[in-house]
Design a protein around this ligand. Structure first.
Ligand code: FAD
Length: 465
């Protein structure tokens, strides 16, 4: 057979899991080879987190120009969608992926463009444009990510798109239909509602934005419905037909069949792990449910020198989780002492028009685990900066241990939630108490001050409420 090239650490996939693992492994002195079949940066940078946030941002701005505000400023907005798309691709996505490519080069990571699969526990076959090569590795990190689930009755093509298609539509839809009101469907649906589309979300569960509780999602859903959004819950999408101009979806609610016609249909019903074409059967790697790989807390699979991270292992499919696990795996290969994936607060965010963020325990987990916890709220309506921004909606919720006052969890609904949540993760990770937060001087007037105010309420002595 062909001669195998010997490599040190080989990483399959260059998403936020793989590229971060590659840089960290190189920093730790490993000889690193990174294999990517598509674009450096993976889903997140190319067709996920980053381009979606770019469009969401444009949606915020556009909506501001389209509605009356209470502060007396009249704006008129005209959007050049081709420019929006070009900006998103060249000024945002390519700048970022180009930056990552530069960092990989700076750290002497050897990049191979090709598709990898296992021949055995020590060897990868990499299929490239002009042939293939065998790599014999010391250690391997699998970070091959995930792809949208395709349902046979809603095959992607034409006016039926997945999230990737929804990020690059040729025009702003007049009426976008979305099957699946999870975070991705709600974020993209919300962005297009802000851009002027009518948006209809069809959700199978009895609520959208699964993962965030009803008290949190209430203002988000209200806002969405007030801005061109429509939601059917406990609704089953059945079939779709498309013509050159439109697409019609048949769905069932309360035993009644209904149809809705729009110009595009986004199917966002979940993602599938990219583990099915890796040749795992040629290895001793144990596979779990839904194609996910099982690991220990150092991200080791059942083959100790092969690691798995990101969307292909258990837990929420989030970029920051993938990156954290990548650093853990790289450290484990070097035998470094921070080689364990032990954390108490994995933050998650929904970038809906009114943002949602959660870290650590939630009221539901407190109830489920019968924790002796105190749960308090502080509204943004009592925060000067939020009012000055005309954004006095939502609240901060803190969950503390009743006895020790240690921070256990936090949720934020409202302005800046995605950025504010990290202070609370820091507190949880480090065992800080509500008093540690309330005794920290927060600058006035800021949105973050609401966290200090909330902590005072948790201490039993709120000033601003
Ligand atoms: P991926 O990013 O999926 O990267 C895997 C890479 O491996 C890909 O580049 C792929 O081409 C490559 N690959 C696969 N198989 C092979 C093979 N056999 N050989 C060679 N290469 C291979 N997460 C957040 O945290 N925040 C967000 O705001 C957010 N927004 C999102 C918005 C959208 C529209 C989508 C779709 C996702 C979003 N996510 C978000 C989720 C996030 O993108 C993923 O959790 C993250 O990308 C997972 O990283 P990963 O490294 O595991 O895999």
């Amino acid at each position: 057979g062909a001669q195998a090239t010997e490599v040190g650490t080989v990483i399959i996939g260059s998403g936020p899991g793989g590229y971060v693992a590659a840089i960290r492994a190189a920093e730790l002195g490993q000889n690193v080879t990174l294999i990517e079949r598509d674009q450096i940066g993976g889903v997140c940078l190319n067709i996920g987190c980053i381009p979606s946030k770019a469009l969401i941002n444009v949606g915020h701005h556009y909506r501001e120009t389209q509605e009356e505000n209470p502060f007396g400023l009249t704006m008129t907005g005209k959007l050049d969608w081709q420019k929006t798309q070009a900006w998103k691709q060249h000024q945002v996505v390519e700048k970022l992926t180009g930056g990552v490519a530069m960092l990989l080069k700076k750290h002497h990571v050897n990049i191979i463009k090709g598709e990898a699969s296992f021949n055995d526990n020590e060897t990868l076959n990499v299929v490239q444009e002009d042939g293939h090569q065998l790599l014999q590795f010391d250690d391997c990190i699998i970070s091959t990510g995930s792809r949208p689930i395709e349902i046979p009755s809603f095959k992607f093509g034409g006016r039926i798109v997945d999230s990737t298609g929804a990020l690059s539509l040729p025009e702003i839809p007049k009426h976008l239909i979305v099957i699946g009101g999870g975070v991705i469907g709600s974020e993209l649906g919300g962005a297009y509602a802000n851009l002027g589309s009518k948006v209809t979300i069809i959700e199978g569960l009895d609520h959208t934005l699964n993962g965030f509780d009803a008290e949190m999602t209430k203002p988000v859903i209200k806002d969405f419905k007030e801005h061109g959004g429509e939601i059917f819950t406990s609704a089953m999408a059945k079939s779709a037909t498309q013509t050159d101009q439109d697409v019609t979806l048949t769905f069932e609610v309360d035993g009644q069949e209904q149809t809705v016609t729009g110009d595009y249909l986004l199917v966002s019903v979940g993602r599938k792990a990219n583990t099915d074409t890796l040749g795992l059967n040629n290895t001793d790697i144990k596979q779990g449910e839904h194609g996910l790989l099982e690991t220990d807390d150092s991200m080791r699979t059942s083959v100790p020198h092969i690691y798995a991270i990101g969307d292909i292992v258990a837990g929420p499919a989030l970029a920051h989780k993938a990156s954290f696990e990548g650093k853990v795996a790289a450290a484990a290969i070097s035998g470094a002492d921070n080689a364990h994936d032990i954390h108490y607060s994995l933050p998650s965010v929904a970038y809906t028009h009114i943002e949602l963020a959660s870290t650590g325990e939630t009221p539901d987990s407190v109830a489920a685990n019968q924790l002796d916890a105190q749960i308090i709220k502080f509204p943004f309506a009592a925060n000067g900066r939020a009012l000055a921004m005309d954004a006095g909606v939502g609240f901060i919720r803190l969950i503390t241990d009743k006895t020790t006052k240690a921070m256990l969890g936090a949720q934020i609904v409202g302005p800046g939630a995605s950025d504010l949540i990290s202070e609370l993760s820091l507190a949880i990770e480090n065992g800080l108490t509500s008093e540690d937060i309330s005794l920290t001087i927060h600058p006035h007037p800021t949105l973050g001050e609401a966290i200090m105010d909330a902590a005072e309420v948790a201490d039993g002595m709120g000033i601003h409420i």
